[in-house]
Ligand binder design. Structure first.
Ligand SMILES: [Mg+2]
Length: 472
């Protein structure tokens, strides 16, 4: 019998605040961090998982992870794997920890790290990457693996099962196609607020040359400045001379680009405000960005404000600008209401703000039923490694659609992972294909040793340097 006997937890922080990576109107000083756990068994089998934070507080999440993981110690792995939906309910149901949620905040993202580690372990135990484990489930197994509590007013298990069964016969065709072509991606790293115009222009040209055709820019600090930066990006992505050799412009009137305000080369621009505005402010500000023709405004206001998002979407409709959100939507009920209130054009799940794969599956089912494309949030550290698995599950086994979807890609910190994600020559994610890579989130031991906070070699060196500076 394989049993979970313990765990290792690491607080790992990367000093990204030194370079301005990850800067936006709300998050100005980010040290991308991982609250990382490895679940250990009485065999060679392990499960790696993490959740993402942007620095201070990562230690608090690690403390919460310990509390949640403790619930799994002593359990037999096959008992946990045989009904991952029931296992998820069990993980959430600690009668005392529940009080410091429920299903939100530190305890929820900690639960995400542990649930993801358990799914990683499950995939490794079957010698398949996580996405492949899940798409090979029977429709019944897939539906049973999700978190179902509190969403039956939006979708029932029976409805989900019927939807999944409809897609089951053509799964292998989609798997073959996506293995060949890769999964469509968009790039955010050209448009951080902390970058100079020269850097933005250079990175945009580089992204075009890599085959990307969807680009995202951070906005919200200064409207005139945003219009100027948006025009700069547009002047590059709309100009056929910057397309990679042999790359034909996409038809901006095609079905795949419908409603996306694509320019003459078929390039799409999105803007992201990271929650800075009140509702009316958001409406007024984004109307003023009409000239740069964004497909959507992402996170225009507080992430919990479902009716606010609905009002913004309604007001921006005449301007042809949509609304996207989800990276801070803290549980499936928020997504349920965003969908029910017709508040979003694009559903941006986050792989570790939701409490792991089981809760993500519930949101994938709801989004497919409501016909809203899922374009996961990524970036940070580890998120790109995770989300390619979720988008593959969505395409192959749940929604069956890929034409209008794009998965965020940020080219930061992948070198710290044993099996990093990668992008092909057409600006698309490659399909993770190593049988032993699980959920692709195993961090290199050397990276943990260097960046563990506060005792890793990098942080010890930095503390010494700061000490010397303070003396001089
Ligand atoms: Mg965002």
């Amino acid at each position: 019998m394989v049993k979970i006997i313990g765990y290792d937890i690491h607080d790992v922080r990367f000093p990204t605040s030194l370079t301005g990576d990850g800067t936006d109107a709300m998050n100005t000083d980010c040290d991308y961090s991982s609250a990382y756990i490895t679940l250990l068994t009485n065999s060679a089998l392990v499960g790696h998982g993490m959740t993402f934070t942007i620095g201070r507080g990562n230690d608090i999440v690690c403390t919460a992870i310990r509390e949640v993981a403790e619930r799994l110690v002593g359990k037999e792995t096959e008992d946990l794997f045989k009904d991952m939906g029931a296992t998820w309910n069990y993980m959430m149901a600690d009668p005392q920890l529940r009080w410091i949620g429920p299903e939100k905040g530190v305890i929820h993202i900690a639960s995400g790290a542990v649930n993801n580690a358990l799914w990683d372990m499950y995939a490794r135990s079957r010698n398949k990457p996580l996405w492949k484990l899940v798409v090979d489930f029977t429709p019944e197994e897939l539906v049973n693996a999700a978190a179902w509590r509190y969403i039956s007013d939006a979708i029932t298990k029976e409805e989900a099962l019927a939807m999944i069964k409809e897609k089951a016969a053509t799964k292998s065709e989609r798997e073959t196609l996506v293995r060949k072509q890769g999964y469509p991606a968009y790039v955010t790293s050209a448009g951080w607020l902390g970058y100079t115009d020269e850097k933005v222009a250079r990175l945009t040209k580089e992204a075009l040359a890599q085959g990307f055709d969807h680009f995202k820019m951070k906005v919200g600090a200064d409207q005139a400045n945003d219009v100027r930066r948006g025009k700069l990006i547009r002047s590059i992505i709309d100009d056929p001379q910057f397309l990679p050799p042999g790359h034909k412009p996409r038809d901006p009137t095609s079905e795949a680009l419908r409603g996306k305000n694509a320019g003459p080369t078929g390039a799409v621009l999105m803007v992201d405000a990271n929650q800075v505005w009140d509702v009316q402010q958001a409406i007024d500000y984004v109307k003023g960005l009409e000239e740069i023709k964004p497909w959507f405004i992402e996170e225009p206001t507080a992430p919990d404000d479902i009716l606010g998002h609905a009002a913004i979407r309604k007001a921006l409709k005449p301007y042809g600008i949509g609304v996207a959100t989800g990276e801070h939507a803290h549980n499936r009920m928020v997504f349920k209401q965003l969908l029910q209130a017709e508040a979003i054009d694009v559903c941006q799940i986050d792989s570790c703000r939701l409490a792991g794969v089981s809760e993500v599956l519930a949101v994938l089912f709801m989004a497919a039923k409501f016909g809203v494309p899922v374009c996961p949030h990524a970036g940070g550290v580890g998120l790109c490694e995770y989300v390619i698995h979720l988008s593959l599950i969505d395409y192959i086994a749940v929604s069956g659609s890929i034409e209008r979807n794009v998965l965020e890609f940020v080219d930061h910190l992948h070198e710290h992972f044993v099996t990093p994600c990668s992008i092909n020559a057409h600006g698309r994610y490659n399909v993770p294909d190593i049988p032993t890579e699980g959920y692709s989130i195993e961090m290199k031991k050397a990276s943990i040793a260097e960046y563990e906070w506060p005792g890793g070699s990098y942080w010890v060196g930095r503390a010494k340097e700061d000490g010397l500076k303070a003396q001089s």
